[in-house]
Ligand binder design. Structure first.
Ligand SMILES: Nc1ncnc2c1ncn2[C@@H]1O[C@H](COP(=O)(O)OP(=O)(O)O)[C@@H](O)[C@H]1O
Ligand SMILES: O=C(O)C1=C[C@@H](OP(=O)(O)O)[C@@H](O)[C@H](O)C1
Ligand SMILES: [Mg+2]
Length: 169
């Protein structure tokens, strides 16, 4: 990988972007940015509060704004699962590095996420995780340079395996 390039993680909520991302940054001596944490600290509200007060569409606009203002290099960037709803934001992230889709099967995501309302997931009322997965996978694939199957390995194994891919480059 070219010096200074970012590694951008995309995927479903609960796929492990945040937990694997921080390990990957440690293994590769890179910065780590969690865009959810970034948005919360800049907005001084939790994502759940933003979604509750502003609604889903406005949340996506706020997320887009903050994703477009990221000026990072040599960073692992863990995005929120809804980042792919905005083409411009994703293209601006993609310009700065390699986009990895961390794919975890819908059944495993269902096991990991007990309450989508509590987590603040961008989904319509009555939509199931499986339906959300089917809606989003084409979007994750649209922006991904690499797809990594993360369902059957531990977070450390996933991070090690991804780190090896980049050490070889
Ligand atoms: N193999 C695994 N890889 C990543 N996370 C896992 C794994 N197994 C269980 N988990 C759990 O799933 C959750 C993943 O959450 P998180 O990293 O916040 O995902 P995301 O940022 O993609 O929403 C964590 O609670 C983590 O402990
Ligand atoms: O997929 C989603 O709709 C969302 C995922 C969350 O991030 P994680 O993917 O890190 O859980 C966060 O950005 C927001 O609550 C919306
Ligand atoms: Mg996360």
């Amino acid at each position: 990988m070219k010096e200074g390039k970012n590694i951008i993680l995309i995927g479903m909520p609960g796929a492990g972007k945040s937990t694997i991302g921080v390990l990957l940054a440690k293994y590769l001596s890179m910065w780590f940015i969690d865009t959810d944490v970034l948005i919360q600290s800049l907005e001084r509200k939790t994502l759940r509060e933003i979604i509750a007060s502003e609604g889903l569409e406005r949340f996506i606009e706020i997320e887009k704004h903050h994703l477009q203002t990221i000026q990072a290099s040599n960073a692992v960037i863990a995005t929120g699962g809804s980042a792919v709803y905005d083409d411009e934001a994703m293209n601006s992230l993609k310009e700065g590095g390699v986009v990895l889709f961390l794919d975890v099967p819908a059944e495993e995501i269902e096991r990991r996420i007990e309450c989508t309302a509590e987590r603040g997931v961008v989904m319509s009322s009555g939509q199931s995780i499986r339906e959300l997965y089917e809606e989003r996978v084409p979007l994750y694939r649209k922006f991904a340079d690499v797809e990594v199957q993360c369902g059957s390995r531990s977070q450390e194994e996933n991070a090690q395996c991804i780190a090896e891919m980049f050490k070889r480059d």
